[in-house]
Design a protein around this ligand. Structure first.
Ligand code: TXA
Ligand code: MG
Length: 312
């Protein structure tokens, strides 16, 4: 039996499986298995008020889960699926309250990773999958990260390194507007342009999600403190948790010297490697001009959630 068939067997038996996606690894269960869905929450130690996103193999499968797949969804899926965009729409009764935490909407995503795609297609039904990490921890971008997190509790489908590296952009679609609940590597500008190309004139804005969890302050935190250093090559760390450390106990990275896509791809591995290599703290240097560039919004959002302090 090949790996995908083994994973399908586990999903059909109500178990969970870690799957590679282009953003981060996910912890998947069939949406038809109450037992599998429950297991996601229990082994992640995730509170039930944080809804799961549902992964589909194509637009047809997405349409089976929502009340009304309108022209805005069609335009966004046409432009970005398969890919790192989660579309939040009104759900129908095929999606259980356990998945959506009782909300009347569901997040839908069609991942572009060939293994995830093949798995969902062969299973013939959608899978719910949050990132495959314990609640509040950084997401895994390699199979070894998942093993570090869950040991042999979870079967992991090997799919290499996640190429995007941070979680999908979450966009809620309303009749008169699109709200971005979580920025990612697909930007507000990308989304605006895709809608305009289809003649759709809707405001697209960054907004507060109606569910707080993904936006919790201490989400995405590594186990060692992260300092952000803005516009300063020789920061004064006095008064910070890094102050008492020796220079070689600190992992230091100047991210402004690289492209946003490259930084996103490496970010979570960098955090985990620093911990594994015995560093006691992380110092990320970056120019404040990045705040003006929408391509950096996803990375800056994750750094903001990961940080213990900032120096200027
Ligand atoms: O890239 C990704 O999105 C990865 C891969 C595995 O697909 N998944 C992921 O899932 O990051 P998770 O559960 O870690 O994050 C999904 C986010 C959460 O912050 C959740 O609160 C939000 O999406 N979300 C899910 N359903 C929602 C809904 N109906 N309304 C608003 N926010 C929702
Ligand atoms: Mg997550």
């Amino acid at each position: 039996m090949n790996d995908i068939d083994k994973a399908i067997q586990l999903l059909q038996a109500g178990d969970v499986v870690a799957i590679p996606t282009e953003t981060v690894y996910g912890l998947a269960a069939s949406i038809t298995s109450e037992k599998g869905l429950q297991k996601i929450f229990s082994i992640k130690e995730r509170p039930f008020f944080d809804p799961l996103i549902v992964h589909v193999s194509d637009v047809e499968m997405a349409k089976t889960l929502c009340l009304n797949w309108g022209e805005t969804c069609e335009a966004l899926a046409g432009a970005f699926w398969p890919g790192p965009l989660t579309i939040v729409v009104k759900k129908n009764n095929k999606v259980s309250d356990l998945i959506t935490s009782g909300l009347d909407s569901v997040g839908l995503r069609c991942p572009s990773h060939p293994i995830a795609m093949e798995l969902i297609r062969k299973l013939g039904s959608p899978v719910a999958a949050p990132s495959a990490n314990k609640f509040k921890r950084t997401s895994p971008t390699k199979s070894s990260h998942v093993v570090d997190e869950f040991g042999d509790e979870v079967y992991v489908l090997e799919g290499g390194d996640s190429q995007v590296g941070i979680e999908s952009t979450v966009a809620a679609v309303f009749e008169d507007r699109v709200e971005i609940y979580r920025p990612g590597m697909l930007t507000v500008d990308d989304i605006q342009r895709a809608l305009q190309r289809k003649g759709l004139v809707l405001p697209v804005s960054l907004a507060q999600s109606p569910v707080a969890p993904g936006q919790l302050k201490h989400h995405y935190m590594p186990k060692i403190p992260v300092g952000l250093c803005w516009d300063n090559s020789a920061p004064n760390l006095s008064g910070t948790v890094l102050n008492d450390l020796h220079a070689d106990e600190i992992a230091a990275w100047n991210i402004g010297a690289e492209a946003a896509e490259q930084v996103a791809r490496k970010l979570y591995s960098y955090f985990r490697d620093a911990e594994i290599n015995g560093k006691k703290g992380i110092l990320i240097s970056l120019p404040a001009t990045l705040k003006k560039e929408s391509v950096w919004a996803g990375v800056l959002n994750r750094l903001d959630k990961a940080k213990s302090f900032e120096v200027f």
